[in-house]
Design a protein around this ligand. Structure first.
Ligand code: PEP
Ligand code: MG
Length: 325
């Protein structure tokens, strides 16, 4: 099986009828970046930077962050490296940040909310990312957006950081792309408005499923409700991609669903541009994508979108795929 997958390493990611998409890797550090490249990823769709912050006893300074981002950029050799800004809070605590204990951490002070509250931390990270952008094709991605104001505040701050780098004559990519994760129903429902302000979307289905279904993603008692195949989650994903397409920005996905074989026909049919999956799942996903034609994906999707329950969808897709193999 490993041998069979190996032949997909240097291939494009393309459907059986020639529709090309981008297949990227999710990484948490430089080693993952190496793994991602070895397994034939066409870029990095999600660099989770929180591990850099969680591994130490104090906050990594600008230099330390710069070195980490630069290393990853160099490993990628010009392929796109999407660096997500700090996604702290929720289930990810960083002791030295002094975060208060919350009753509902997933609904609390996390990710971009924290970064906009701690502009010092955020500015340091943006400076490090911008500096690393001189060494590769780096993009910035903001997690857990819920409003247009957040995006506008990030843009203002980014502009300030760029101006200060200009003053110091420190090089960076002046055309660096700014994107956001769509992982809350709030962001999804205003994705038409958000699309006009950013260069790309990446759908975070891990959180989007949790927030759409009102199900804590780590709570086993309600895990049966946590499913990307629920018609509400499928509709919201479709809607986000449609809104990205209308404005002509790229729609990607970096949640687990991007590498789920049952989701692939739906995502192809909705028009997803970039699939970002764990390095160990890159080749399998490329093979899965290659097994679909857009016509067949469209047919399956039409059937699925007419279904009323999660069970019906999940059963139909797994049966369909089992029959295909
Ligand atoms: C997601 O929510 O889908 C995502 C990719 O981010 P994380 O899993 O890091 O919250
Ligand atoms: Mg998330």
């Amino acid at each position: 099986k490993v041998k069979e997958l190996k032949k997909y390493i240097d291939r494009e990611t393309v459907t059986s009828d020639g529709y090309k998409v981008c297949l990227a890797a999710n990484i948490g550090n430089e080693d993952d970046a190496v793994k991602g490249m070895k397994s034939g990823a066409e870029g990095v769709g999600l660099f989770r930077t929180e591990f850099l912050f969680m591994n130490g006893v104090s906050m990594p300074d600008e230099e330390k962050q710069f070195e980490a981002y630069k290393k990853a950029a160099i490993v990628l050799k010009g392929k796109t490296l999407t660096i997500r800004t700090l996604d702290v809070g929720g289930d990810k605590n960083i002791p030295y940040m002094g975060l208060a204990k919350e009753t509902n951490p997933f609904l609390g002070y996390r990710a971009i909310r924290f970064c906009l509250g701690r502009v010092d931390v955020f500015t340091t990270q943006l400076r490090a990312i911008l500096r690393a952008s001189a060494f590769g094709k780096v993009r910035i991605m903001i997690p857990l957006v819920t409003s247009l104001e957040e995006v506008l505040r990030v843009k203002t701050l980014l502009k300030k950081v760029k101006e200060s780098l200009d003053k110091q004559k420190i090089p960076y990519d002046k055309d660096i792309k700014l994107g956001i994760m769509i992982e809350t129903p709030a962001a999804a429902l205003i994705s038409d408005l958000l699309a006009k302000e950013v260069d790309f979307f990446s759908i975070g289905t891990n959180d989007l499923t949790q927030y759409t279904m009102a199900v804590d993603r780590g709570n086993e008692n309600v895990a049966y409700l946590y499913s990307v195949f629920h018609p509400s989650v499928l509709r919201i994903i479709k809607y986000i991609i449609e809104n990205a397409k209308k404005v002509g920005i790229e729609a990607g996905m970096c949640g687990e669903a991007a590498g789920n074989p049952c989701m692939i026909p739906l995502l192809l049919s909705f028009g997803l541009d970039e699939f970002s999956v764990s390095p160990s799942n890159v080749l399998e996903t490329r093979k899965n994508i290659a097994s679909w034609s857009i016509r067949e994906a469209d047919e399956v999707t039409t059937s699925v979108m007419a279904m009323c329950t999660e069970k019906e969808v999940a059963n139909y897709l797994s049966d369909y795929i089992a029959a295909k193999e």
